[in-house]
Design a protein around this ligand. Structure first.
Ligand code: MN3
Length: 214
């Protein structure tokens, strides 16, 4: 996670705004990155500006230990910090063209948990299609190092459940409505081939280290 401490900055996209076309339009990427993510960054900084002790915490700590924060700032930190965390992961996990299918140790772990890569894809996309309201669908590593498909509402992350995110998709309407209107299933089908499986593998390796260390 780049710049994961106060003051937060908006990480630039690792590709051009139009690089994911036609699956995700340049206009969608401009709004999503420059307005939505930028907004979460600014609001998180505004919440923390007078919270000196918590400026020293990492973004992960703010989310993981959210209920240890002063009650008046808990919700704002969870919502805006989660918005920064989730969007940073989400944008990094896409790439023009995509790598096609899982690679490395993550690919082997997926085959252990789901019998084929296609079964995993079906299960993941079914959860994403079926999610009620705004939120995310994650592939995450459980405390016992098992792969789990999870959904969170709003900008919540799986961190408070001791689960480390590996892959996620943004199911908020702002992620697709300009292009797909209410057709979330079409958006999800178009998103899948964009997944940067090299980054997913990096996230998996980091998650393994984190879960073994706890
Ligand atoms: Mn979003």
């Amino acid at each position: 996670m780049p710049a994961s401490q106060y003051p937060y900055t908006t990480p630039p996209l690792p590709y051009a705004y139009d690089a994911l076309e036609p699956a995700i339009s340049q206009e969608t990427m401009h709004y999503h990155h420059d307005k939505h993510l930028q907004g979460y960054v600014e609001q998180l900084n505004a919440v923390l500006i007078r919270q000196l002790p918590y400026q020293e915490w990492t973004l992960e700590q703010l989310l993981y230990y959210n209920t240890s924060l002063p009650i008046p700032i808990q919700a704002a930190v969870k919502n805006n910090g989660g918005g920064v965390y989730n969007h940073t992961l989400f944008f990094a996990l896409m790439t023009p063209g995509g790598a096609g299918s899982p690679v490395g140790a993550l690919a082997r772990a997926i085959l252990q948990e789901y019998s084929t890569a296609e079964d995993f894809q079906r299960a993941f996309l079914a959860r994403a299609r079926g999610q009620f309201g705004s939120g995310y669908t994650f592939l995450a590593l459980s405390p016992t190092c098992r792969l789990r498909i999870l959904t969170t509402a709003n900008q919540d992350t799986p961190l408070p459940w001791n689960c480390c995110p590996i892959l996620l998709v943004d199911n908020w309407e702002h992620a697709y409505y300009l292009q797909y209107q209410n057709r979330r299933a079409e958006y999800l089908q178009a998103w899948w081939p964009l997944i940067n499986w090299d980054i997913a593998e990096e996230n998996y390796q980091r998650a393994l280290l984190q879960q073994h260390g706890t």
